[in-house]
Design a protein around this ligand. Sequence first.
Ligand code: 5GP
Ligand code: ZN
Length: 114
Amino acid sequence: MQDCIFCKIVRKEIPAKVVYEDEHVIAFNDIHPQAPVHVLLIPKKHIPTLFDLTVEDAETISRLHLAAAEVARRLGLDQKGFRLVANCLEGAGQVVFHVHYHLLAGRELGWPPG
Ligand code: 5GP
Ligand code: ZN
């Protein structure tokens, strides 16, 4: 996808602080962090929203979860834990239409979320 900001990060056309990368997934620090730890995990494949997933994406999405746990381990969160959030469509706050999970940690996280 030519104009997608996250595809540009995948192609290294715009800079990002990458904390994890494999064949399927790339993870980088959010540009506007909402917590001391705020990492975005995205599939390298352009998928606009969670509604656009197909069964062919099952491995990619499960690898995204494995990557989240690996990132959290690397950041020393294996005792304290972390939150994984996906906003789907504008009504839930989705701004970038390339599937992503927010990995948040490092402060008290309220529940229910706002
Ligand atoms: P959404 O609201 O779509 O769930 O989250 C999009 C996230 O992408 C936001 O937290 C926003 O700060 C982050 N973001 C938007 N543009 C960029 C960018 O160019 N670089 C990085 N690292 N994060 C971005
Ligand atoms: Zn994209």
